[in-house]
Design a protein around this ligand. Structure first.
Ligand code: SF4
Length: 322
């Protein structure tokens, strides 16, 4: 049995809008084991980034965590004092975002910015601090660490900036790194390099990674287990090989067909018809039913319960269960 690092139980993130309550994350369960890469995949607007932000307790207003638990090594992060959460954030759990340029401060050098994390989370000063920053820059594959140490963010390429963000994320050797679309803004070659880097860091630092992505191609490259999210709910979950070779849920099937090299339709772009429901317009029954090629009457009336397959593979769909 895999030792669990993170257990998200019945997490709900709601937004209070003028017209009503939007349930952006609607009671989901996710776990991440030690030294495991878990991918949370779905289209834009599915609630995956909000799930990641909820773990960090960084939900933007008017959003709020409406229920559930985020157990990190058995401690519920939703219940700890803000001061303690500040210590956990960055030191034990850290997050890397999609566009590093907007997260790095343009008026400070890379050395200053990573140094601040070293100071805050490890308490090193002066030369020791600088040594640690140079060490971590090398660890993320930056060969000219001394130059990058003194550079400003605008002097670096997109791929290099993402390496700097990852360096900042791992400088205090956290247990869990959350990476939110870490390669989306990068070209394909650099994307592959960043994924390789994350895989290497996982081994070297015994990291657990929660990778948020819209791209099943990336999941195929990097994940151990996968959660497929749609409109605030998990639709299918399981080990990567089961999700790819024994796909159960029609939504996962659609996502797979959208990746030309993975799906049965080669070299032709497929898109799932329709779009993700708008806030406050989430359909009743199975929320994927307006887009589902297999829709049945019951799908419009009731929400499907979990059906378990072999091992840890589950899907929420009336094609299998009641
Ligand atoms: Fe499609 Fe029905 Fe399954 Fe939903 S429950 S995915 S509508 S078949």
């Amino acid at each position: 049995m895999r030792e669990k690092l993170l257990n998200i139980n019945e997490l709900a993130v709601h937004f209070k809008l003028e017209e009503g309550i939007f349930k952006a994350v609607d009671g989901i369960n996710i776990s991440v084991g030690k030294k495991e890469t878990v991918c949370l995949v779905g289209e834009s607007g599915s609630g995956k980034t909000l799930t990641a932000l909820a773990v960090m307790r960084l939900i933007p207003k008017p959003g709020f965590i409406a229920g559930g638990e985020v157990l990190f090594l058995g401690q519920d992060l939703l219940k700890v004092q803000e001061e303690q959460m500040r210590e956990i954030r960055g030191a034990r759990v850290s997050m890397v975002f999609q566009e590093p340029f907007t997260c790095l401060n343009p008026v400070y050098t890379v050395g200053d910015q990573i140094g601040e994390s070293v100071d805050l989370h490890i308490g090193l000063k002066g030369l020791q601090k600088k040594t640690r920053v140079l060490e971590v820059l090398q660890l993320v594959g930056i060969s000219d660490a001394t130059r990058v140490y003194g550079a400003y963010p605008h002097e670096l390429s997109g791929g290099m900036r993402q390496r700097v963000m990852i360096a900042m994320g791992i400088v205090s050797e956290p247990d869990l790194l959350i990476a939110d679309e870490p390669t989306t803004a990068l070209d394909v070659t650099i994307q592959a390099q960043i994924l390789e880097l994350l895989a290497a860091l996982k081994e070297k630092l015994s990291l657990s990674i929660l990778l948020v992505t819209h791209d099943l191609g990336i999941v195929n490259e990097t994940g151990d287990r996968v959660y497929v999210m749609y409109s605030g709910r998990i639709m299918e979950s399981g080990p990567k090989k089961d999700i790819f070779s024994g796909t159960k849920h029609p939504y996962t099937e659609g996502l797979l067909k959208s990746v030309p090299d993975l799906g049965p339709v080669k070299n032709r772009l497929y898109t799932i018809p329709g779009s993700i429901p708008e806030p406050l317009k989430v359909p009743g029954g199975c929320r994927f039913h307006p887009r589902c090629p297999y829709v049945m009457d019951i799908c419009r009336e009731k929400e499907p319960a979990e059906t378990k397959f072999n091992g840890e593979h589950s899907a929420w769909c009336f094609r299998y269960g009641k």
